[in-house]
Design a protein around this ligand. Structure first.
Ligand code: NDP
Length: 598
């Protein structure tokens, strides 16, 4: 809920200048090329630490209606939607050893979801599950995805520890042939790409990173054999260790308090501070939960998304940091100069309040100053945590601020900042995930559509989709992705809307003898115009932002980037486009091929 910030006085001009200065010192000429792919840098670091080595199984050769790539929420919700429509003939192919996606991989200590569990965990009314706390831990979410797998009987459909190596469309049979790392040959009518949004770890391209002689891992490949403990028990092998963590994004904000508790010394290497608001974790009130009326969850999910996209509904059901901070949409296109000034001021106020929170918690004034985020609330993901800032009051925790420059080198002993080497036993990369590169790179394979044209070839000058869901040249290929699709504070809400669309399309085709569906190029261009229209308001705002993955490191957009947009309006507007399309019996903008017709 919006609250009264009027007591805060601020100088708009000074803040503008400060934001600009922070942005300029952080901009890197390499742009998105500054990152390294984890697997290519060190394949060992990318291995799954959560499965027993040596798994084997016989290859499968079969025909199915759908192959779903990815067993995270996207793949699972699509599979559940298909099941409810009576379509049981599908396979889920998943690289990991179980369901969960993000929540399979991210088991770092302190990992949790910063979106309220009652809106984030899907299908609570159907599974009958009550989250234990307001913000669910990663362990609980991972277990919940397993519960979903059991409840909706998805395990028998799933091939775990299996990576898709290729997918080729056959114009004659109107089917995809999907091949995998286990020798499977899956002939399928529909290919669902739900391979993840933030799932492929990336490393900072720091000179010397390969030569570090100590232990190192990415946060999404946490090695508890080295740290001791588990996601739920103390890391009892760190008491004599000097630990470094590179990165201070949403992941580090959750991991740092745990490392601070158990490491002998902790060095937090910061390039850009996170904005960290109040969390307010609490156990679920079982009475309250029990008394929710049927339909409550959908209402709450919609209400939350309304609150965080500036719709300002009459009631704010969630009333947490997210709904307070995002209550006003400050990047919308202003109707007048007065409105532009009011929006700018509102954004400054929100962020100033978060900055002042630092002073009330962090005792050392110099450290407190360095922990203040000077960027607008839509530039990066705002975080909410009650233990991150207090960690810097501990004598064993040292903030190594790099003044926007980043760690300059890693020697065999540890990171170097400003010419000073920080020797560490363990170096943790909280450096995030690939997001601004090509979809086929993130998928790990390159689908070949009509005439053998690959996705990377077809999209070499940018993506072509209808709603971010269907792509011309790739019949029956269905996407859950940010590419020309939507973004949301509650990612699972976005994923659920996409899954509904995918289920509908497959059902519609199966029920009506449609063997192939793909968008008309003209409809894709119309969709691109919608994307441009939605981006118009945010364009000016983005120029004030610090670089990051939200804005492709502020690189000047080339022709390709100009097409690889995310729908910049609200997630519900995007969902509205999907619904409108579903409700139109003409299925506008797509080409359909029916049985016995060519
Ligand atoms: P991010 O991409 O947000 O953060 C990467 C961090 O690495 C940044 O702080 C970045 O600095 C830093 N970095 C990069 N290069 C260097 C360098 N050379 N020296 C020092 N620091 C460097 O990754 P996260 O894993 O934190 O989060 C990714 C996303 O995952 C989030 O935005 C969110 O969407 C999701 N997430 C969601 C959570 C939830 O609760 N729902 C929890 C955790 C993650 P800089 O900022 O300057 O680029």
């Amino acid at each position: 809920m919006a609250d009264d910030n009027n007591e805060i006085e601020l100088s708009v001009e000074e803040l503008r200048q400060r934001y600009e200065a922070e942005k300029l010192k952080r901009i890197r000429p390499e742009g998105t090329a500054q990152w390294k792919n984890l697997k290519e840098t060190n394949a060992k670091l990318d291995q799954d630490p959560f499965v027993e080595p040596g798994f084997t199984r016989d290859a499968i050769i079969e025909e199915t209606t759908a192959v779903i790539v990815g067993g995270g929420f996207g793949g699972m919700l699509t599979a559940i939607d298909l099941t409810k429509r009576g379509i049981q003939d599908f396979r889920i192919v998943e690289k990991a050893g179980d369901f969960g996606g993000t929540w399979y991989w991210n088991r770092y200590p302190g990992c949790m979801c910063d979106v309220e569990s009652y809106t984030y965990l899907p299908l609570l009314e159907e599974t009958g599950y009550m989250p234990t706390e307001r913000y669910a831990s990663a362990t609980e979410i991972f277990e919940y995805t397993q519960l979903m797998g059991r409840t909706f009987d998805l395990y028998p459909h799933s091939l775990f520890q299996t990576e898709v190596t290729d997918a080729v469309w056959n114009d004659e049979t109107r089917r995809w042939l999907v091949t995998t790392s286990r020798g499977d040959q899956l002939s399928t009518r529909f290919l669902v790409l739900a391979g993840g949004i933030l799932h492929k770890p990336k490393l900072p391209g720091i000179q010397g990173i390969e030569g570090f002689a100590g232990k190192a891992f990415h946060t999404s490949r946490w090695d508890y054999t080295f740290t001791g403990g588990s996601a739920t028990t103390p890391m009892d092998k760190l008491a004599d260790k000097r630990v470094g963590i590179i990165g201070t994004g949403a992941t580090a904000v959750q991991a740092v308090p745990q490392l601070a508790k158990y490491a002998k010394e902790l060095f937090v290497f910061q390039r850009t501070p996170s904005a960290v608001g109040e969390r307010g974790q609490r156990p679920t009130d079982a009475e309250w939960f029990k008394n929710q009326k049927p339909g409550w969850q959908e209402e709450r999910i919609l209400n939350f998304t309304h609150c965080v996209t500036g719709v300002q509904p009459e009631v704010d059901l969630v009333q947490d940091g997210w709904t307070e901070v995002m209550w006003e949409n400050t990047q919308k296109f202003p109707e007048s100069e007065d409105e532009a000034a009011a929006l700018e001021r509102s954004d400054f106020m929100t962020m100033e309040k978060i900055r002042r929170r630092v002073d009330t918690i962090v005792e050392d004034a110099e450290t407190a100053d360095k922990l203040k985020a000077y960027w607008g609330k839509n530039c990066k993901r705002v975080c909410f945590h009650d233990d991150y800032l207090p960690a810097f009051n501990r004598p064993n925790v040292h903030l190594v601020d790099t003044n926007g420059q980043g760690v300059e080198e890693i020697t065999k002993n540890g990171p170097v900042v400003d010419g000073v080497e920080y020797p560490v036993d363990l170096l943790i990369y909280a450096s995030g995930f690939e997001i601004n590169n090509d979809l086929n790179e993130r998928l790990g394979f390159d689908p070949k559509g009509r005439d053998g044209v690959s996705l990377s070839e077809r999209w070499s000058q940018g993506s072509h989709t209808l709603h971010g869901v269907l792509a011309s040249g790739f019949p029956n290929m269905l996407l859950i992705s940010l590419t020309q699709g939507a973004f949301g504070t509650n990612f699972v809400h976005m994923i659920a809307e996409a899954a509904k669309q995918l289920g509908f399309i497959i059902d519609e085709c199966e029920s009506n003898g449609i063997e192939a569906i793909e968008p008309e190029e003209a409809a894709e261009e119309e969709w691109l115009m919608v994307l441009y229209g939605a981006a118009a308001g945010g364009g000016l705002y983005v120029q004030t932002c610090t670089p990051g993955y939200y804005n492709s490191e502020l690189q000047a957009p080339d022709a390709k980037a100009a097409r690889n947009l995310v729908y910049a309006g609200s997630l519900l507007e995007w969902a509205g486009y999907l619904e409108q399309w579903r409700n139109n019996p003409e299925l506008p903008g797509v080409k359909l091929e029916r049985a016995n017709a060519s």
